[in-house]
Design a protein around this ligand. Structure first.
Ligand SMILES: [Zn+2]
Length: 414
């Protein structure tokens, strides 16, 4: 069988699989046993609200996925990509890096124009319908414009950097690309709160008072400096609550949404912080970056090998490996491999989240009540789906379900 046919079959399987998962996700898990366990902590109303929110925009999201697949398919299985590069190359007089940039902009512009109605529907219409978003249309436009601008600048730099390595180092690129991505990953993690967060939020160190005292005690137990806890003003955008951390080593910072502080007791906030510190003390971010680098390293070898095989067969129109028109082909391969490795990444992430939950309970001296109350409140405030489909959880979810986390806390022992 021709490689092109094999690729096309995998492409179709991926479309079918994605749509099947969408359907399963819509259905959720309707077993009466699960419902009984959920109703120990939540009301029928909570359950219904979560289902309603997660089901909203079902057809739009299917349409959006299909459009993405079709665009990718057209670029890979027809000569559109190669012809676009030739057209651009004519205009730029064959100058390589400008051609790469313009190709990238053209390819992104097509995807962007097709995605914008969906962004508006999901990010503005639905978020308002469910009472989450507080942005006016203009504010939403500014917010989306900023995110898009950052994406384009970041993407363009990444593509230029990879194009440079591929063109300059015919063999060594397989080692240099993973190293470059490692360096960028570490840099990005440190620079994100300094360069990117201020573009969207105002943030300041957590205020003096009883909460800070409690956080102090928590941080002493965990051996962490308190200066690194910040509050960001999510409330200007939405009612969603969250906490996260960025950076590594001495540069690590914890961010708490102000919405979290408004809606939770001090003990509950301490529990959330304990979870974030758990990620910190277990070095999850460094481990993820290391694993990621290893994956990129393996992918580089695989992509290099597959490119040569496809090129030899000649059934997919490919120029050089470093040609911009090869990009959609590589993206498709990456998305196929991504689908295969996704469940492993999700499982690792869920394992780490449980470790962090355990740390939260350890650090707060086993304050199960605050932990469980937090989970219940977070799920209610964010209209979480309480009965997600099992296959969806295994394949996509980065966190255990709310119920699993609550039951884990109940079982926790020193
Ligand atoms: Zn976490």
């Amino acid at each position: 069988m021709k490689l092109r046919t094999v690729l096309f079959i995998f492409y179709l399987i991926q479309i079918g699989f994605t749509l099947t998962m969408k359907y399963l996700s819509y259905e959720g898990d309707v077993s009466p046993e699960l419902k009984e366990r959920i109703l120990k902590f939540f009301t029928e109303e909570d359950l219904r609200k979560g289902i309603e929110y997660s089901r909203s925009g079902f057809f739009a999201s299917i349409l959006s996925d299909l459009i993405d697949f079709i665009v990718a398919g057209i670029f890979v299985f027809t000569s559109v990509s190669a012809r676009l590069e030739e057209k651009i190359s004519e205009k730029t007089g064959g100058r390589f890096y400008i051609t790469v940039l313009l190709f990238f902009f053209g390819f992104s512009a097509i995807q962007f124009l097709l995605a914008i109605p969906f962004q508006y529907y999901f990010g503005f219409v639905l978020e308002h319908r469910f009472g989450f978003s507080k942005m006016t249309f203009v504010e939403w436009l500014v917010y989306t414009g900023k995110s898009l601008g950052l994406g384009i600048v970041g993407g363009a730099l990444g593509v230029l950097c990879v194009a440079f390595l591929l063109k300059k180092f015919e063999n060594a690129w397989k080692f240099l690309v993973p190293i470059a991505s490692l360096v960028f990953g570490l840099l990005f993690s440190v620079l994100f709160p300094i360069l990117i967060t201020p573009l969207f939020y105002d943030y300041k160190p957590i205020a003096e008072g009883s909460l800070k005292k409690k956080i102090n005690t928590l941080c002493e137990t965990a051996n962490i400096r308190v200066e690194n806890v910040y509050v960001i003003d999510e409330s200007r955008y939405s009612g969603h609550t969250n906490a996260y951390f960025t950076g590594w080593g001495e540069n690590r910072k914890i961010f708490l949404y102000d919405t979290l502080i408004q809606n939770h007791t001090e003990e509950e906030i301490v529990s959330v912080l304990g979870h974030e510190i758990g990620h910190w003390t277990h070095n999850h971010q460094i481990k993820d970056i290391a694993l990621n680098t290893l994956e990129i390293f393996l992918l580089c070898f695989l992509l290099g090998y597959l490119f040569l095989r496809f090129k030899k067969e000649g059934s997919v129109r490919l120029k050089e490996f470093y040609s911009p028109s090869t990009l959609p082909f590589l993206f498709l391969l990456l998305s196929l491999f991504g689908s295969l490795t996704r469940p492993a990444w999700s499982a690792i992430s869920r394992f780490q989240e449980t470790q962090a939950d355990e740390e939260a309970l350890n650090l707060t001296g086993g304050d199960k009540k605050s932990f469980i109350d937090t989970e219940v409140k977070l799920a209610k405030d964010n209209r979480s789906r309480l009965n997600p489909n099992r296959a969806e959880v295994i394949y996509y979810h980065s966190h255990p379900t709310t119920l699993e986390r609550i039951e884990f806390a109940q079982r926790w022992k020193k």
